[in-house]
Design a protein around this ligand. Sequence first.
Ligand code: 8DG
Ligand code: MG
Length: 129
Amino acid sequence: MIHVVAGALFDEQGRVLIAQRPPGKHMAGGWEFPGGKLEAGESPLAGLQRELREELGIEVLEAAPLIAYEHGYSDRRVLLDLWLVSRFTGQPRSVEGQPLQWVSIEELETVGLLEADRPMIPALRAARR
Ligand SMILES: Nc1nc2c([nH]c(=O)n2[C@H]2C[C@H](O)[C@@H](COP(=O)(O)OP(=O)(O)OP(=O)(O)O)O2)c(=O)[nH]1
Ligand SMILES: [Mg+2]
């Protein structure tokens, strides 16, 4: 089981930040929440902070677990662990060259979000309020 931590960041308009998975990687081209695999011995919050530092160049100051569940791909099982990031420093930018975009919760339905992430949409809708 691969434990994956990812972050949901909202802007003032209630839009959420998503990133496109790079060519050549698992699920290439799909849109995801920034994050990645937890390292051995790492706490989920520490992993989230490391991943968002590496991918977005931001420093997460405050985050809380939002929703977590297992998903079985044809070749692997992942524990998707999505955190709501409520405080951070820095301006999110694409450090590793992944296309980024801010989308409304409604747009999440049609943007090409990874199929495995779709059950997260209701939790995000509730969190935004
Ligand atoms: N980051 C992220 N990964 C997701 C999401 N949904 C989802 O199914 N995944 C899957 C895709 C991958 O199989 C796995 C994340 O692995 P990854 O390869 O991107 O991890 P990483 O960022 O640590 O990258 P790497 O160092 O292994 O190259 O989780 C999501 O919303 N965000
Ligand atoms: Mg990643």
